[in-house]
Unconditional design. Structure first.
Length: 295
């Protein structure tokens, strides 16, 4: 009898049970902290505090994609806001950002709202001076520490650097990046590329300014201004021959994509030319007259 019982138990645990037990699914805790309940049977988590493995891995890919791009701006959350996998209210939630949480902005999308959301509270157009159509809303692609994803733009307040904030009082500043720095009495003062949106919210920006530091007046002054540059993030800043260079992703009136490239020497900014497409890393060809002078 004991042999029969032992054989039956062995069959159940070694053969039957492994073949009839659903494999455990890996899930990840969604908030930074949760309350767990310890009982004699198990530790339980509310399913609303968990995300499935596939969603988690896709969220990690979002973070890896951000590592390839320079932050376009910084800001903070004005309220508690859902961090989502895609720019949609229906997309899986990756996390919940607390009020006043610092974020870096890497991108922006301006999209149609889902039909069932059309009558919800209207978007304020993410820092636009005038509200856009009620059935459209802006989303920001952001990173908050070790978390990254999409949030509604109206819940993000951009934190313009204090030293240039007075230049943004009458315009809708949407991004800023450091181009370089100027030495002044033992300190290095940053020079800024600043982009504004003065027209259609369809574009991420359409106006650029460069601010440099005046040693004589001990204040920021405008080194370059250009309007009618309808463009999209990300803006790329690099150095070529140890001089700041920045690239803007623009579209012409026919919808063709191109990059316009600018160089900065000391405090002078000049357009260097254009290249076709948004993904190219090529530099514009020098005009023939310039090539002859170089010879």
């Amino acid at each position: 009898m004991l042999l029969i019982v032992a054989a039956g138990a062995g069959y159940y645990f070694l053969v039957y049970a492994p073949g009839h037990t659903a494999p455990a699914e890996i899930a990840y805790v969604l908030p930074l902290s949760v309350t767990v309940v310890d009982t004699p049977a198990q530790i339980r988590l509310d399913v609303t505090d968990l995300i499935d493995s596939q969603t988690y891995q896709q969220g990690q890919q979002e973070l890896r994609d951000m590592e390839k791009i320079q932050p376009q701006a910084t800001g903070h959350t004005s309220n508690e806001v859902n961090l989502r996998l895609k720019p949609s209210r229906e997309a899986p939630q990756l996390s919940l950002l607390a009020p006043n949480e610092t974020v870096q902005v890497f991108g922006r999308r301006y999209l149609e709202r889902a039909p069932k959301d059309a009558d919800a509270s209207p978007s304020t157009g993410d820092n636009d001076q005038t509200a856009p159509a009620a059935n459209r809303e802006a989303w920001y692609w952001v990173r908050a520490g070790i978390r990254g994803g999409w949030v509604l733009g109206r819940f993000i307040t951009l934190d313009i650097p204090p030293e240039i904030s007075h230049f943004a009082q009458s315009v809708n500043t949407v991004a800023w990046m450091v181009l370089g720095s100027v030495p002044d009495n033992g300190r290095m003062v940053p020079q800024y590329l600043v982009t504004d949106r003065t027209g259609s919210p369809e574009f991420d920006f359409d106006h650029i300014r460069v601010f440099t530091w005046s040693l004589k007046s001990q204040q920021y002054v405008t080194a370059y201004v250009e309007s009618n540059v309808p463009g999209f993030f990300p803006i790329v800043v690099s150095r070529v021959e140890d001089k700041p260079v920045f690239r803007l992703r623009l579209v012409d009136r026919h919808g063709n994509k191109y990059q316009k490239i600018y160089g900065m020497a000391d405090t002078i900014v000049r357009p260097m030319g254009k290249v076709v497409g948004w993904e190219s890393n090529a530099m514009p060809s020098a005009p023939a007259s310039r090539k002859r002078r170089r010879k």
